[in-house]
Design a protein around this ligand. Structure first.
Ligand SMILES: Nc1nc2c(ncn2[C@@H]2O[C@H](COP(=O)(O)OP(=O)(O)OP(=O)(O)O)[C@@H](O)[C@H]2O)c(=O)[nH]1
Length: 388
């Protein structure tokens, strides 16, 4: 009925948190400005309290949804309404590529993360929790709000913002402290929230602008004129490592690699060829922080059978990652041929359609599978602090 095709990839939903004034809105505006052709849905707690620059060129659509100049959508919600808005933003007709939820300064981000993970909406996927930290105020904020330690403990990405206000020694100390408080998370520095959008999502080329206003240009002039040069580069505050393998990867060894992925490795994306273990499908892989998902899809007729991964993080050792992944390739020796059973570990991370297969395996008593939330065991921390 609808002329709009369903998007093939699930839409990542990113939770953007951080204490009052740390720079969340500034970062969100940067993403909106830098997104160009990428269609971002933004969900904010309260229009009144948060001044989204883009609102200056926005038109109300009613129902708490606002259409921004380049086709982005924005909603104002209570946490209780979140699922409804996710549903609304994720509908195929909205054609969004990514959804960002900006937590209000005092919100417990765990609550939002839990709601995203609990959502039964098949069109979305958890895209990570980014915690914005004010470098200049961190010590004082922490003294006043010790709960910041808990927030950092569940972050997938820590953006150490306002580094223009701290000297180099101070930045080094903060990075070390944050690395200890946010184990496993990548820590990137920023000034005025100018992080590379690729940390959050895959920006599209600018082919699909909607609406008449080139609002990112307006914003550059009207709101950011004295914050330095915006025409220039989004400095890569992270490392990006490519890996390609012409031989299939062994599902068990790839999972071993993923289960023990090093700290600071924030995103993994790409396609995996599991060879004889599942000759019909390739597996899109999506990892953010400790969250992992596989999405099987039939090999396109013309596609070469190979695995291609991109690993993004800060302070990661590229050659070591490549070597570790190369070790996951099937060797071809008779004892090393993956079969269907080798796929069970991977299937734990496949949402929806694989559930039947998993259930059958469960019935046979072969294996107990994790909940369908992308975590092998417990999701990080959130569950322990909530719901009392
Ligand atoms: N010096 C400096 N100021 C910054 C930087 N990033 C943001 N700011 C300023 O810090 C103030 C707060 O930024 P916001 O983006 O509104 O912070 P927020 O986290 O959204 O704040 P709440 O919505 O109140 O929670 C604004 O005046 C920004 O212009 C930065 O990197 N350096």
């Amino acid at each position: 009925m609808s002329p709009v095709p369903a998007p093939s990839a699930p839409i990542p939903v990113i939770v953007l948190a951080g204490f009052l004034g740390s720079g969340k809105t500034t970062l969100l505006n940067h993403l909106l400005r830098a997104c160009r052709g990428t269609r971002i849905g933004a969900i904010v707690n309260d229009f009144g309290a948060i001044e989204i620059d883009a609102m200056t060129v926005a038109g109300q659509l009613g129902d708490s949804t606002v259409s921004l100049g380049n086709g982005c959508l924005c909603c104002a919600v209570d946490v209780s309404e979140l699922d409804g808005f996710l549903e609304k933003l994720a509908r195929p007709a909205a054609r969004l590529d990514v959804i960002v939820i900006e937590a209000s300064g005092l919100a417990e981000p765990q609550e939002l993360v839990r709601m995203v993970l609990a959502s039964e909406n098949e069109r979305i996927v958890y895209g990570g929790l980014a915690e914005v930290v004010d470098a200049a105020e961190f010590d004082a904020t922490r003294a006043r709000h010790p709960e910041i330690d808990r927030h950092l403990g569940v972050a997938d990405l820590v953006v150490l913002n306002k580094t223009d206000r701290v000297d180099e020694d101070g930045r080094a100390r903060l990075r070390a402290e944050l690395a200890a408080l946010a184990p496993g998370a990548a820590v990137v520095e920023s000034v005025y929230g100018r992080v590379d959008p690729e940390l959050f999502f895959d920006p599209r080329p600018n082919e699909e602008r909607v609406g008449q206003l080139a609002f990112e240009d307006l914003l550059d002039d009207a709101h950011h004129g004295d914050h330095g040069d915006h025409s220039g580069h989004l400095h890569a505050a992270y490392d990006s490592v490519d890996f390609t393998a012409d031989r299939p990867l062994h599902p068990r060894r790839l999972l071993d690699f993923l289960d023990s992925r090093p700290e600071g490795l924030y995103r993994i994306k790409g396609f995996v060829d599991f060879g004889a273990a599942d000759p019909r499908n390739r597996y899109a892989v999506h990892a953010v922080g400790r969250f992992l998902r596989f999405h099987p899809e039939p090999w396109p007729a013309a596609a070469e059978r190979r695995s291609e991964l991109v690993l993004i993080g800060s302070g990661v050792d590229g050659p070591a990652l490549r070597t570790a992944l190369a070790g996951a390739r099937v060797t071809g020796s008779p004892g090393d041929l993956p079969d269907e059973r080798s796929m069970w570990g991977v299937l734990r991370y496949v949402p929806g359609p694989a559930a039947d297969e998993r259930d059958q395996q469960d019935e046979r008593g072969e294996r107990e599978y994790a909940a369908d939330d992308g975590y092998a065991e417990e999701p990080p921390e959130p569950d322990t602090d909530l719901g009392q």
